[in-house]
Write a protein that binds this ligand. Structure first.
Ligand code: IMP
Ligand code: MG
Length: 223
């Protein structure tokens, strides 16, 4: 995870210029039907939380996010009929999603968080991560559900899965609210996916740009 959202945006702009055709890909906007990005007109949202930044549009509104948390909560409840479940939220991006999601899981669980950081310029490109905060509880013998806000390259998760699986959990699965499906670096499947997201830079509901906009209650695409 980049400590500075600017890196994320620079990376996205760079990626986007090389993949302009991706903008016409179909994506799921949460209303149950597929929509092409090019068919949606640009809008600016008059919201003081956006600090005057123009946004292309709201991609997932509060109702769509709440409905998705209920749906994922039900899936997760059914997927873990027994055993100890430890939900591990990857900070900071997942903090709102985790809090909404766990309240929709109707079985016992524990919650903890991970803070991961890329280190050194050379390390960013190779995708190594180190843990700045490591959960206090033992992972051994527990079902671990790693919760991520968005899967982009998949680099962060790939390294984390390797690191955590060395601690002998009973199972290790990933739940991501958003998946851009462009991850080339992730060998581990993402078991629970909220939305197949467009390849655009998204903010809100925990997602930031340079640490701003995490508190925006919907997810918007920055212009
Ligand atoms: P990955 O390791 O390339 O998959 O990067 C995942 C991380 O990058 C996420 O946890 C976010 O912190 C950040 N990220 C990726 N795409 C976006 C985006 O569209 N908006 C905000 N942050 C993003
Ligand atoms: Mg970020």
């Amino acid at each position: 995870m980049s400590a500075d959202g600017c890196d994320d945006l620079r990376k996205w702009q760079c990626d986007c210029s090389g993949r302009a055709e991706c903008r016409n890909d179909a994506y799921d906007n949460g209303s149950g039907h597929q929509e092409t990005i090019s068919s949606v007109s640009d809008v600016s949202v008059a919201d003081p939380r956006l600090e005057g930044r123009a946004v292309r549009r709201v991609v997932y509104d509060e109702a769509a996010l709440a409905a998705k948390c209920r749906e994922l909560g039900n899936e997760i409840t059914a997927a873990y009929p027994d055993g100890d479940l430890l939900v591990l939220g990857l900070l900071k991006g997942s903090f709102i999603f985790v809090s909404d999601l766990v309240r929709q899981v109707h079985r016992p669980l524990a919650v903890d968080f991970l803070v991961a950081s890329s280190y050194g310029d050379a390390m960013v490109s190779s995708g190594n991560v180190r843990l700045l905060y490591d959960p206090e509880t033992t992972l051994e013998g527990k079902h671990i559900l790693l919760v991520e806000d968005i899967v982009d390259s998949g680099r962060t998760l790939e390294r984390l899965v390797k690191l955590l699986s060395e601690r002998n959990p009973a199972s290790l699965d990933i739940c991501a609210l958003l998946h851009k499906h462009i991850a080339t670096e992730l060998s581990h499947p993402v078991r629970f996916v909220g939305f197949d997201a467009p390849d655009e830079f998204l903010v809100g509901y925990g997602l930031d740009h340079a640490e701003r906009f995490r508190h925006v209650p919907y997810i918007a695409s920055l212009l």
